[in-house]
Write a protein that binds this ligand. Structure first.
Ligand SMILES: [Zn+2]
Ligand SMILES: [Zn+2]
Length: 423
């Protein structure tokens, strides 16, 4: 979601023939003005065992139906604090200055494993950061509540609210609608109950920027028909138009709220010959504002994927998306140029930005297709774990698809011929 302030009144908001666009000073490009200010999102329970406040058990997990954590012994349920509000990471975007980051955006390190000392029995247990482990001696559940600065523990988590049963139904419906064209083997092996709940790593970014666009716009002044004679001496009529050409400039404040970008290189891999990962982006958006403070117990029963890209590695992609948003918003102000505007430059003067790392919930049904040449292609049907939005790719039965499109084309050719006769 983005929210834009009206373009400034004055020359820049109105057609301004003849004025050359001189770039104003003070537009340093995309470099953020200050170094990052880190907001700690660490938990305050450092003992590694988080206990139920009613019975003292250490084993709890998400109840998807209520969105609350539930003690697995006494069934007591409680709600976790909203992350952005409790860490004061939701202040007005217009007030953002410099770079503010949650401590969960720390640079990722190669080895995320952490050794915890079980406070109940003293045993040392190695856990993959970000998830829980059961002490194999006393069977207490150990949770990584202290944020080790290895980037593995996110600032916040958006709990699943779509149940597995619901996800299975949606995957089955999605594939059912495409069954006619689906690959035979895929159909034979299709078992939607194998859908897996995965928390995927994202960065949630707010940007307070000034955007400045320059380009050229055309406004039509006259249109008329002329008779044109060709080499053979035949005449036909042609439609002509006159237009005025303007330098067009727009400068405005742009507040981008909760831009969500994937922060796993594997998911960022856009090579569609090997994976169909980009379907994950088509199930956006998530209601990230409802994320809660990270608590590893939300992950129990689900899998999670580790973030492996840092803020600096994603900033370029984020600013590119912000420039795209700036052009869309600028396009809303160019009605006068009825023959369009070609934007030549889009500059950002970033006043402030805020980065928070999050785990977002996705139900995934994956299928590894082995093609005739031995290469493999990973297909997904993904269900947004909050909204139920479902998208995916299904291996196709090409001969059948081509046969049908040939028929459609033939019908299309006939329809076109009929239209031509009628006109
Ligand atoms: Zn309990
Ligand atoms: Zn123990």
């Amino acid at each position: 979601m983005s929210d834009v302030h009206a373009p400034q009144a004055g020359a820049e908001g109105t057609p301004d023939p003849g004025t050359g666009a001189t770039p104003a000073p003070g537009f340093p490009g995309v470099e953020p003005p200050d170094g990052p200010r880190v907001v700690s999102t660490e938990g305050d329970r450092g003992d590694g065992i988080v206990r139920c406040e009613r019975c003292g058990a250490s084993d709890a997990s998400l109840n998807v139906a209520t969105g609350m954590l539930r003690c697995n012994f006494c069934r007591h349920e409680w709600r976790t604090e909203n992350a952005l509000a409790s860490f004061d990471l939701d202040g007005a975007i217009g007030d953002l200055r410099g770079v503010v980051v949650g401590s969960g955006t720390a640079a990722v390190t190669a080895d995320p494993a952490v050794t915890l000392k079980c406070t109940a029995c003293g045993a040392e247990v190695v856990i993959e950061a970000g998830v829980q482990a059961r002490c194999h001696w006393c069977r207490n559940t150990l949770s990584l509540t202290e944020q080790v600065p290895n980037g593995a523990v996110p600032d916040m988590v958006l709990p699943f609210s779509v149940t597995k049963a619901d996800a299975v139904t949606r995957v089955a419906e999605f594939v059912g609608k495409r069954k006619f064209f689906a690959h035979r083997q895929f159909k034979a092996e299709f078992s939607p109950e194998n859908v897996l709940g995965v928390y995927l790593p994202y960065m949630v970014v707010d940007v307070n920027t000034r955007a400045r666009l320059t380009g050229e716009g055309e406004h039509q002044t006259r249109s008329y028909t002329v008779q044109v004679r060709n080499a053979k001496g035949e005449t036909h009529s042609e439609r002509r138009y006159d237009a005025d050409v303007y330098d067009v400039r727009r400068t405005f404040d742009l507040h981008v709220d909760d831009l969500t970008v994937e922060s796993s290189t594997e998911r960022l891999d856009r090579d569609t010959s090997r994976t169909s990962n980009n379907v994950i982006n088509t199930i956006l958006p998530f209601d990230v504002e409802n994320s809660v403070r990270y608590d590893p117990r939300y992950l129990q029963g689900f899998t999670s994927e580790r973030r492996d890209v840092d803020v600096d590695g994603l900033r370029g992609a984020v600013h590119q998306q912000v420039r795209d948003i700036a052009r869309w918003r600028a396009d809303e102000t160019i009605g006068f140029y009825d023959r369009g505007v070609r934007w030549d430059t889009t500059d950002l003067d970033v006043q402030g930005e805020r980065w928070v790392s999050a785990y977002l919930p996705v139900w995934l049904y994956s299928y590894l297709q082995t093609r005739k040449d031995g290469s493999t292609l990973l297909h997904y049907v993904a269900v947004n774990g909050r909204t139920g939005e479902t998208m995916g790719s299904v291996p196709l039965n090409w001969p059948r698809l081509l046969a049908v499109s040939a028929v459609v084309e033939a019908v299309g050719a006939v329809a076109a011929a009929v239209l031509w006769v009628l006109s």
